[in-house]
Design a protein around this ligand. Structure first.
Ligand code: FAD
Length: 430
């Protein structure tokens, strides 16, 4: 038996307030399965759920516990769309695939809410809309153009002028915004745990503290080695995102793992919370460095952005965020920031999420680029269809050959300088 380091959850607000976890014991004896899924975040768990609903035997192998990675530690925002505007997506991928990508990506919050409703997942889910807010005239023009492109396609969005966005956020920071009514939020760790429970109930097996050490193909099957036992599977799904290691040659070098950090206040007095976001949408900024925030159902303000490229536990380590919050809402003075934590997401060089089929019966999905709550949940449904034997059009993203990123080892330095440069530009108002 190989030693495995059991890591605690990051010290998040979610770890203190989530629903109890499902029972997910380590795998301790050899078994067979149709599909072995490596990674127990939204991608792996949603795929397992959708496979099990089709009667396909799926086994999730998670190195820590379901939701331990980005899935249980994120901003909880269910945001529609991809990084790029609809027109850019269509110009890049053509009207057929591009059109499917747009329809898929903007519908992802609806799919996530549908999963939550169908399985009765208790995760504080709300659908009060996503605001993409601009604080420079330059980014306001970009937001307005996105809104026009969405409106042309019949989507339920609105372009908000300065007065309206100021009323919706209680700050005069923003000059414009787009409201997309499909967006919303969840308690992400409760959602991940609820997905694990739903997958188990539907017939999937979910094993925590079961790192996959190697995969090997022999006699037409995959042999997935864990510390105590082997899974013999027809197919495998690699769903390890920002924690991708060297399990599959070079996959790690197709993404850049980046930390994102969040800090949360104590529950705010009702009047303060109402003055900040009376209708409780979620918001992310369109700027050089993205800041995102929401007020949760316990009236806490959760504010996220870039931070140190190492684990953190104290709000003082991301004081730029608390200072920024105080600048937006001076009424926060005297409020305590009770939690601070971070986790790793996966960036790709082209800023699109990637689907690969790097070997026979192997599927990999990674690179949510900071938009994975709704996206990975919905992608799970499509990955399941493909694993069951659907053609490549069952996936509304291109299936591409993995491409390693040039000078990958230098990327952590590059990310750090982009963050520092972005903050400087924001400060200078560029
Ligand atoms: C701080 C933060 C804030 C974010 N905010 C938002 C947001 O508000 N909205 C949004 O849409 N997206 C957000 N994201 C992105 C989103 O959380 C991710 O895109 C999404 O959770 C990815 O899910 P996943 O299942 O692909 O990966 P993960 O949840 O990271 O899961 C991967 C899992 O694989 C496991 N693993 C790795 N290697 C192995 C192995 N060899 N064997 C077994 N298991 C293994 C890891 O333990 C991990 O649990 C945020 C991310 C972070 C970090």
């Amino acid at each position: 038996m190989t030693d495995h380091k059991v890591l605690p959850l990051p010290p998040s607000l979610y770890a203190d307030t989530a629903v109890p976890p499902a029972t997910t014991p380590p795998l301790d004896s050899d078994r067979t399965a149709s599909v072995a899924i490596i990674g127990g975040g939204f991608t792996g768990l949603s795929t397992a759920l959708h496979l099990a609903e089709q009667g396909v035997e799926a086994v999730v192998l998670e190195a820590q516990q379901p939701g331990w990675g980005a899935s249980g530690n994120n901003g909880g925002q269910l945001n529609p769309g991809l990084k790029f505007d609809p027109d850019t997506i269509e110009a890049t991928f053509g009207p057929d695939l591009g059109g499917r990508m747009i329809a898929f990506a903007y519908d992802t919050p609806n799919v996530a809410h549908d999963i939550i409703r169908r399985h009765g997942i208790a995760c504080e889910a709300r659908q009060n809309g996503t605001l993409r807010a601009a604080y420079h005239s330059k980014s306001a023009a970009g937001v307005e153009s996105t809104a026009q492109q969405c409106l042309r396609r019949g989507m339920p969005v609105e372009f908000l002028d300065r007065d309206t966005i100021q009323r919706m956020t209680g700050t005069d920071r923003y000059v414009a915004a787009m409201l997309d009514r499909r967006g919303g939020d969840v308690h992400p760790l409760s959602y991940a745990r609820g997905l694990a429970q739903a997958a188990i109930k539907a017939g999937a097996a979910v094993h925590g503290q079961t790192p996959v050490l190697s995969v090997r193909r022999d006699s037409g099957r995959w042999h997935v080695q864990t510390p105590r036992a082997t899974v013999h599977a027809d197919k495998i799904l690699i769903a390890t995102n920002g924690f991708t290691d060297d399990l599959w040659p070079d996959l790690r070098r197709t993404i850049v793992p980046v930390f994102s950090a969040i800090t949360a206040t104590e529950p705010l007095p009702d009047a303060v919370a109402r003055a900040i976001m009376p209708t409780r949408p979620v918001l992310y900024e369109s700027g050089n460095i993205t800041v995102y925030y929401r007020i949760d159902s316990g009236n806490r303000l959760l504010m996220g952005g870039r931070g140190p490229m190492r684990p953190i536990r104290d709000a003082a380590e991301i004081s730029y965020l608390t200072r920024y919050a105080a600048r937006l809402w001076p009424t926060l003075s005297g409020i305590r920031w009770t939690h601070a934590w971070n986790s790793q997401l996966a960036m790709t060089a082209d800023h699109y999420p990637h689907v690969h089929e790097p070997g026979p019966g192997v599927l990999a999905y990674l690179g949510c680029n900071g938009r994975g709550v709704a996206l990975a949940s919905s992608m799970g449904r499509q990955l399941a269809r493909r694993l069951i034997g659907g053609d490549s059009a069952t996936i509304d993203l291109p299936i591409t050959t993995p491409k390693t990123i040039a000078l990958h080892a230098l990327w952590p330095v590059a990310v750090k300088s982009v963050v520092v440069w972005g903050r400087l530009r924001d400060r200078l108002g560029l």
